[in-house]
Every structure is written in structure tokens, then in C-alpha cells.
Design a protein around this ligand. Structure first.
Ligand code: AMP
Length: 186
């Protein structure tokens, strides 16, 4: 069996790995969906994962983070908890059509299809943002979200995910944007 790895150490990586559910052929044939619901439903494990991500971010960013931005919808769950852990504000990166104007919008491709996301204008001016999601797959979502946050006036100082699907090499697509923190890499 190969070792369980992640940027905040083997213990938290193992804790997450043990609470992910693989769902073959969802939402379409050929995709193995990584369901984080069992992790979220386990109070101690969810708390430990958020605490580990917060500690890792604090240790790796000399300057503090002002805002945690999360990508709709599962990214919201991570972002809300992490914002409290880091004592930061929260910013939703939403699917197109949900936010009142003014916003900036971008279309991108993901592992299964295309998507369009939006970021509100007027909240970001010069603020330091940590952008988070549940899963990093091809990297298209975080790349598009980071570009929007930048366009809206923010500075993306870090990227955080619970799980990185290493075989899709999303990390390469994010190269040069901001440091990536992944609690588990498979
Ligand atoms: P990507 O833009 O390809 O990096 O895809 C990341 C986004 O799609 C995240 O918001 C994930 O929630 C979702 N996603 C992509 N692939 C998977 C997967 N295999 N299991 C669970 N979520 C996924």
C-alpha cells in the first residue's frame, strides 16, 4: 500500500483519506466522484482537518490573510469553517446568475463539462485572499476563480483544498498563481 501524503502531514492526510467515499461513474461515466460528506459529518475529523489547514496556512504565510474565498458549493463549506479558524472574512465565488450586480464572470472547463462563475465587485480592494475548494481536479476552477478575484481587485496569496487528484496534474495549471496547500494528495 502506498503512503498517504499531504502538505500538512500524514496524520491529517490519513484522517481525510479514511472519510472519503469513492462514487464510480458519477456524475458521468468514467469519473470517480470523491464524496466529502462522511468527513463533514464527523465532527472531530472535520474540526481536525480545518484546524490543520489553518495551521498550515498560518505557518506558510508571513502576512495574514484577510479573506477566505470559497467556490460554490462544496468550497463554501470549507471556506466558512476556515474563515472562522483564521479569524478572516468570507467571500463566496458563485455560479453565474446567483449574485446581484456588479460582478465579474468567467467560463472555464472542468473534469466533467464547463462552468461559469462570478465574484462580487467592491469587496476586495487590495485584500489578501486565500482561495479554497474541496477537490482540485484539472485546476480549471481554481484558476478561473483566482483570475476573477484578481480582476475584482484582490490579491490571491494562497490556494487550499482538502483533496488533490494528483493524476490530473491540476497543480501544474496553477503554477505561478499562489502556493497550493492540499491536505491529501491521491
Ligand atoms: P477542476 O476545475 O477540474 O479542478 O474541478 C474542481 C471542481 O470540480 C471542484 O469544485 C470539485 O468539487 C469538482 N470536482 C471535480 N472532479 C471531482 C471529483 N472527481 N470528485 C469530486 N469533485 C470533483
Amino acid at each position: 500500500m502506498s503512503a498517504v501524503v499531504g502538505d500538512a502531514g500524514a496524520d491529517v492526510a490519513e484522517l481525510i483519506a479514511a472519510r472519503l467515499r469513492d462514487v464510480p461513474d458519477f456524475p458521468q461515466p468514467g469519473i470517480v466522484f470523491k464524496d466529502i460528506a462522511p468527513l463533514l459529518a464527523d465532527a472531530a475529523a472535520f474540526g481536525a482537518a480545518i484546524h490543520a489547514l489553518g495551521d498550515h496556512v498560518r505557518a506558510n504565510h508571513a502576512q495574514s490573510v484577510d479573506l477566505v474565498a470559497g467556490v460554490e458549493a462544496r468550497g463554501f463549506l470549507i471556506a466558512g469553517a476556515l474563515a472562522r479558524e483564521l479569524n478572516c472574512g468570507l467571500l463566496p465565488v458563485r455560479k453565474a446568475g446567483k449574485l446581484p450586480p456588479p460582478t465579474v464572470r468567467r467560463t472555464y472547463t472542468l473534469e466533467y463539462g464547463t462552468a461559469e462563475i462570478e465574484v462580487p465587485l467592491g469587496l476586495l480592494d487590495g485584500r489578501r485572499v486565500l482561495l479554497v475548494d474541496d477537490v482540485l481536479a484539472t485546476g480549471g476552477t481554481l484558476r478561473a476563480a483566482a483570475a476573477l478575484l484578481h480582476e475584482a481587485g484582490g490579491t490571491v496569496v494562497g490556494l487550499g483544498v482538502l483533496l488533490e487528484l494528483g493524476f490530473l496534474d491540476g497543480r501544474a495549471l496553477l503554477d505561478g498563481l499562489a502556493p497550493l496547500h492540499a491536505l491529501l494528495r491521491v
